[in-house]
Design a protein around this ligand. Sequence first.
Ligand code: MN
Length: 283
Amino acid sequence: MKLVRFNQNRLGVVRDDTIIDVSDVLAQMPGQNWPLEPGDPLIRNLDALIPAIEDAAEGGKSVPIADVKIESPITSPSKILAAPVNYKKHLDEARADKELNQGTHVRTIDELGLFLKSSTSLAGPQEGVALKWTDRRTDHEVELAAIIGKGGRDISRENAMSHVAGYCIGLDISIRGTEDRSFRKSFDSFTVLGPWFITADELGDPHNLDFWLKINGETRQESNTNMLIWDIPKLIEYASSAYNLYPGDVLLTGTPEGVSPIAAGDVMTCWIENIGEMTVPVS
Ligand code: MN
């Protein structure tokens, strides 16, 4: 199933080129009192809501995807986890390009571990990326984003995939410079998720997906998730050895080679096999 958030918090099911509005189902979610539980309430309650969503999608009102404004399918994640240099050819290009390495030795993911991005950096595709420090190089990084369903701590590699609810296309927008990754990559709108959330059962094998990113129609990044250095079970095992994972936590799995600067007026198009395509303007 593909679930989309659109037109100011409507919930829809994607069928071909249309969206069926199933927002009425949201009323069945349990309310929350202070203090809020960490995480995304829809993802936390998804298993219980799926039958009602399927019912509502039968014969529900549909609208063409082209006529709606698509928002990030995940809201209020407790954390956005991200893998640094998790594709070999991206490591090679980072070591070769002074603008990327800032004159420092680029360490491997085995040395770096993971980093965290601000959860408020999240934006939907049509909100787009708003550049801020325009005197500095700011790059696109397209990545497969795995979304945690069932939370937990000390999750084993063997059990890891049962904790993934589904996937999105992710953009990890990055100012180049010497500051910490968590700072450079956490500006507002620097994490784009979309165009929808596809459940794990519908995606199939996440470790053999072609994907690409184009700027103004020109291909910049093109790879396959079979090139990941740390696969998704390893990322989850490692992350959950440090901190509890919660429903809706976003795991950005890393970007392949081909990162390059973006400028106001550019249009990014991102595609991942079995997920779909999203268009993201830069301002
Ligand atoms: Mn990245």
